[in-house]
Design a protein around this ligand. Structure first.
Ligand SMILES: Cc1ncc(COP(=O)(O)O)c(C=O)c1O
Length: 388
């Protein structure tokens, strides 16, 4: 089996599992308890908070642990919007955000907020000028993802953060896909709120964090025991948090080696497929691109058929985001970069990790012409292949 679906989720690093085990087996106390085991868990939580903060240039009090990227995005947008309604009712975001942002924005619109969805160019890049022009006196928050989960385009977050800061508007970025692949520093990059998800960088699933700059107020989504300084009630997932912090620490420490290595495997796949497959285009920016992302559109095929045949050959890939890969609806991201419905339906995403190898890429390139030929043959026999 070759796992090329690392934007959906990743394998837990064995070094991460090792540090988590102790908090399942021995120090499994509630971090809020007064006894020895509670104190041990609380200490570990403090260390994890300091480590996550260090990894992004924040201070420990600015980290709120959550259940993952979706909750962090919801807490950032809903929490900020409802807490700051008195200052304005306008939010700026982009057309290519993850549904954790887009559906939250839709909910906020139903609550009386106004949302501007900025377009992107054919490579998926957001224009800094567009961000500047979209802000008005009523704007309270701008949310632009650091890197796209489907096409891998990396945004100029520092510059966008700069223009947003000049207008004294808060800036949120969903960094779920970019962490451990693109350097980020919340101070240097002018970020006020930043979403993190542990399972995208070899940590456990169901755990994440939100960076909340000192001075920013959020209205909580959950009410309860007042954990996480009142911003996120519920007993902390200590093993998960310890695992996420360790994964982030390792991921960032290893970036100098892992990023260029993943980029060279990515480029080998891009060049290999583009030079051998007819009717194929690369989606996303050629250079301002995540080191682990490849996204193609193939003429005359259904992406889902490609994924299934590749799976039978032992290659785990996807058509786009895991949340919508079973849907027949063309991807909103591919449509936003100007693809027609039939091109958007013929998409294939290959997403690498630090554990991917060049040999896996070569094996993939070896089977791809055959797989494509088979899928094209069957697509031509069915009405699906001619859908527009
Ligand atoms: C850009 C982006 N944001 C948010 C999420 C949601 O993260 P989680 O699965 O941790 O809820 C994902 C997951 O695919 C993502 O890619």
């Amino acid at each position: 089996m070759t796992y090329f679906d690392n934007s959906a989720t990743t394998r837990v690093d064995p070094r991460v599992r090792e540090v988590m085990d102790r908090y399942h087996d021995e120090s499994y106390g509630n971090a809020g308890s007064m006894h020895w085991m509670g104190i041990q868990a609380g200490k570990a939580l403090d260390e994890a908070r300091a480590s996550v903060a260090r990894s992004i240039g924040a201070s420990p009090r600015e980290i709120v642990f959550t259940s993952g990227g979706t909750e962090s995005d919801n807490l950032a947008l809903q929490g900020f919007a409802f807490a700051n309604r008195g200052k304005g009712d306008h939010i700026v975001t982009t057309a290519i955000e993850h549904h954790a942002i887009l559906n939250t924005c839709e909910f906020l619109e139903s609550q009386g907020f106004r949302v501007t969805y900025l377009p992107v160019d054919k490579d998926g890049s957001v224009s800094v000028d567009d961000v500047q022009r979209a802000m008005s006196e009523r704007t309270i928050l701008v949310s632009v993802m650091a890197a796209n989960n489907e096409i891998g385009t990396v945004q100029n977050i520092r510059e966008i953060g700069g223009v947003v800061r000049e207008r004294k508007v808060a800036f949120h970025t969903d960094a779920v896909q970019s962490l451990c692949k693109v350097p980020i520093d919340v101070g240097r990059d002018n970020i006020d709120l930043l979403s993190i998800s542990g399972h995208k960088f070899h940590g456990p699933k169901g755990v994440g964090a939100l960076f909340v700059r000192k001075g920013i107020t959020l209205r909580p989504i959950f009410y309860g025991g007042g954990h996480e300084r009142g911003m996120r009630s519920s007993t902390e997932n200590v093993p998960g948090i310890i695992g996420m912090a360790k994964a982030l620490e390792l991921g960032i420490a290893e970036m100098d080696e892992s990023v260029p290595r993943m980029a060279s495997i990515r480029d080998r796949i891009i060049e290999g497929v583009l030079s051998s497959a007819e009717g194929c285009r690369l989606n996303g920016h050629r250079t301002a691109r995540l080191c682990n992302n490849v996204n193609f559109s193939f003429e005359g095929v259904e992406g889902q058929a490609l994924v299934l045949v590749l799976s039978s050959e032992g290659f785990m890939t996807s058509t786009g985001s895991a949340c919508s890969s079973k849907s027949l609806e063309p991807s909103h991201v591919l449509k936003a970069i100007g693809l027609a419905n039939h091109q958007a339906r013929g998409s294939l995403r290959i997403s690498l990790s630090k554990f991917s190898t060049m040999d896996e890429a070569k094996a993939f390139l070896d089977v791809m012409p055959d797989v494509l030929g088979k899928v094209r043959f069957f697509s031509a026999q069915t009405p699906l292949g001619s859908r527009s």
